[in-house]
Design a protein around this ligand. Structure first.
Ligand SMILES: NC(=O)c1ccc[n+]([C@@H]2O[C@H](COP(=O)([O-])OP(=O)(O)OC[C@H]3O[C@@H](n4cnc5c(N)ncnc54)[C@H](O)[C@@H]3O)[C@@H](O)[C@H]2O)c1
Length: 380
């Protein structure tokens, strides 16, 4: 049983571990926070305290609550201190061999009832589970950044996971105030798979010279209500990270044409133009010149751009439903609460009309004769 008395251990005190520890402590658990770099733990504790104090000063929680939540998080220096944990969530470096080694060590300390979870974004949960002695209690719990603010958690059972473990995790995540969805253990799970065309089709339109980044960004914001356009968002995420995710998904799907990475983005990475963090990406951030003043907006292209990117996004969401990566309603929840899309893509597609989506894709296929534009079997 998982309840508020369950002690939660979070392994890795970087951006994700720190946020997950805060979420668990806010839900009332005592939390152990471990990192093999002690300084990462102290830095994380400082940031958590700062976040909680800010929430208190904004009136979101009381001062006493902030103190109590913070008091439930124990920074620990040795991994063996997690012995009485009922749930361990790992959020360390994204390397399978290192994760497997750490899980083996974790397994040697905790009881047989303890649930082992990984927050990996791109590794197979089944492969990670296969590295431990009892894989039936292993699961993926994929939080989104920043974990205290983003509601979505993808719950990913491995092939070996017992059903009751999945149910317990789903209940717990609901208790933590999250929106959990079950995702099949396939590359990118739901969100990182379904969101690919937002970037890749936009990059493609840009590379073909059909429209510039500002026109594409404006189309998606004005006609679709997205908070950020794809190019602004890629600049924000960092091209090194965004390119790596695309490349990983593409390779994991045995070079599926829909996920093909872009040369334009690859070159930005090679040039060190990583986006906001290096002051230059598709836009220039050195002198705070608004992006609207950096290139010319072509209003005549907005609808073409929007129809093309949306058709690809909706096709991807329908395809994920077709292959059972998640239930239709969960795929919609995932995109709304994992990446803040204004609407769920499947219901959006039905609103636009699935026949129209299919005909847009067939139109693109007629022009390019490329596999990436084939409509999902869901549409046929
Ligand atoms: N950053 C995101 O947006 C995001 C979102 C969802 C999931 N994830 C996943 O979460 C995990 C962590 O990502 P992050 O962004 O927090 O990384 P990060 O680099 O901010 O933090 C990773 C932490 O793990 C620690 N670490 C490395 N090896 C360790 C070991 N052997 N034992 C203990 N601690 C170790 C590092 O010292 C570091 O503090 C990755 O698996 C990543 O794929 C990241």
């Amino acid at each position: 049983m998982l309840n508020v008395q369950t002690k939660v251990a979070v392994i890795g005190a970087g951006s994700m571990g720190m946020g997950i520890a805060q979420v668990a402590a806010t839900a009332g658990h005592e939390v152990y926070l471990y990192d093999n770099n002690n300084e990462a733990v102290s830095a994380a504790l400082k940031k958590i305290q700062h976040f909680l104090n800010r929430s208190a000063s904004k009136g979101k929680i009381t001062d006493q609550e902030a103190v109590a939540i913070f008091g439930r998080i124990y920074g620990i220096e040795t991994l063996s201190s997690i012995v009485d944990s009922g749930l361990v969530i790992e959020a360390i470096i994204e390397k399978i061999d290192i994760k497997q080694k750490v899980f083996q060590e974790i397994e040697s300390y905790v009881s047989e009832e303890c649930i082992l979870a990984s927050n990996t974004s791109s590794l197979s949960i089944t492969s990670l589970a296969s590295g431990v002695q009892n894989p039936s209690r292993f699961i993926g719990l994929h939080f989104f950044n920043p974990a205290p603010l983003m509601k979505l958690v993808e719950v990913i059972p491995a092939v070996q996971t017992q059903e009751k473990i999945t149910d317990r995790c789903l209940n717990l995540m609901e208790h933590w105030g999250k929106m959990p969805v079950i995702a099949k253990d396939t590359p990118g799970f739901i969100v990182n798979r379904v969101a690919r065309p937002f970037y890749s089709e936009s990059l493609r339109i840009y590379e073909e010279g059909i429209a510039n980044p500002l026109t594409i960004d404006t189309a998606m914001k004005e006609l679709g209500g997205f908070r950020m356009g794809p190019f602004e968002l890629m600049d924000f995420i960092g091209h090194d990270i965004n390119f790596k995710v695309t490349e990983t998904v593409w390779k994991s799907f045995y070079h599926e044409a829909r996920y093909k990475p872009s040369f334009a983005q690859k070159n930005l990475v090679a040039a060190g133009f990583l986006g906001r963090k290096s002051n230059k990406g598709f836009y220039d951030y050195t002198n705070d010149i608004p992006i609207e003043e950096q290139m010319e907006l072509d209003n005549s292209k907005k609808q073409i751009v929007f129809d093309r990117v949306m058709s690809m996004l909706i096709n991807e969401a329908l395809d994920a439903a077709y292959w059972g990566i998640g239930k239709e309603e969960d795929i919609d929840i995932a995109m709304r609460y994992g990446v803040n899309y204004p609407k769920g893509l499947i219901s959006w597609g039905k609103e636009i009309g699935l026949e129209k989506i299919k005909s847009n894709l067939n139109g693109l296929y007629q022009i390019y004769k490329e596999e990436r534009y084939r409509p999902s079997p869901y549409l046929i």
